[in-house]
Design a protein around this ligand. Structure first.
Ligand SMILES: O=C(CCCl)NNC1=[NH+]CCN1
Length: 325
């Protein structure tokens, strides 16, 4: 049973996108995250102070809830946010796609970033189940459990700039993209949708061929790239500089930002310059392209993904597809 769900930006900067998910009839807005593999929710087991302002899942009100005695989970994300708790299974429905026996990870503790982000009531991981954090036995993702019931073992992301988009499960809707889809191989050894980009161009500049090891991550807001790319980009932005107090490149909010073209095979994915003016910060504006130093690979986050129609193909040979829209 294929499904489609709306992905709504949480704020004016598209810092994250939230989707309604039903857990045995209790509906929570969750962040779909292709950079992690745990489905966890704000719960009645959290301290009341951490529950405040959030929509809370109450397992005691779920007829299909089955606690997994002695199971725990503990996750830390790339931005150092995190959460931990206990585990049960329940019926989880996303759009028209329903799964029974889905491990639902109950938060008993969440980091301050999640407490203050009151629109976010948990995450639904869409990376590979190999990096699920549940112990003593890791659990399958929603996508892995749904796959056998889908017309084809895929989900697509059609995120939008300052507007709601969609995640589709089981189908590739040809009305959502233009031109051909370019597929690229995925390496799953780190549990991510990891691929190798083929290079970049800044504005109308010439394309620079270079292999860029990257992950497609809907749970990361910005684009994190090698320093060579980032410096080349901001050299074309008058008044741009690295501001260590802000933790990244900033520029005058009046600056005109060039497009950033990222190569995937022979395909040229164009990120509009205006998407790279991420948000006002202090007296300047903070860039949507930042350095990947310290991460170990590049991250093609929402600033990139919302410029494309993206196919996450979970067939026996996983691959990523990209198309313009
Ligand atoms: O943790 C990462 C980066 C993996 Cl390298 N992405 N997913 C996510 N979810 C919430 C914050 N970030």
């Amino acid at each position: 049973n294929d499904g489609s769900v709306t992905a709504t930006p949480v704020d004016a900067y598209d810092s994250e996108y939230l989707c309604p998910v039903s857990i045995d009839g209790q509906i929570l807005a969750l962040e779909f995250d292709s950079g992690s593999s745990d489905l966890w929710v704000f719960s009645t087991s959290l301290p009341l102070s951490q529950q405040k302002g959030h929509v809370i899942f109450d397992p005691s009100k779920s007829k299909n809830w089955k606690a997994l005695s002695g199971y725990t989970w503990n996750i830390t994300y790339g931005d150092k946010s995190g959460a931990s708790g206990t585990v049960g299974t329940d019926v989880v429905t996303v759009g028209g796609t329903s799964v029974s026996g889905q491990a639902v990870e109950i938060a008993t503790q969440v980091s301050s970033q999640f407490v203050s982000d009151t629109a976010n009531n948990g995450l639904l991981g869409l990376a590979f189940s190999s990096i699920n954090t549940v112990k003593p036995q890791k659990q399958k993702t929603f996508f892995d459990l749904a796959k056998p019931s889908l017309s084809s073992p895929v989900f697509t992301a059609d995120l939008k700039h300052h507007a709601p988009g969609t995640y589709d499960f089981g189908t590739i809707n040809s009305a959502k993209y233009t031109g051909a889809i370019t597929y690229t191989n995925v390496v799953t050894s780190k549990g991510f949708w990891e691929f190798t980009g083929s290079g970049y161009a800044v504005g109308n500049g010439s394309f620079v061929s270079s292999s860029i090891d990257a992950i497609a991550d809907t749970g990361t807001t910005l684009i994190y790239l090698p320093d060579a790319v980032v410096t080349a980009y901001y050299q074309q932005v008058s008044g741009a500089s690295y501001d260590s107090s802000q933790g990244g490149y900033t520029f005058p909010c009046s600056a005109t930002l060039p497009n950033l073209t990222l190569g995937i095979g022979s395909y040229r994915a164009v990120v509009p310059g205006q998407y790279i003016n991420y948000s006002p910060r202090g007296s300047k504006c903070f860039g949507g392209v930042q350095s990947n130093t310290g991460i170990g690979f590049s991250i093609y986050g929402d600033v990139f993904l919302k410029s494309q129609f993206v196919i996450f193909d979970g067939s026996s040979t996983p691959r990523l597809g990209f198309a313009s829209k």
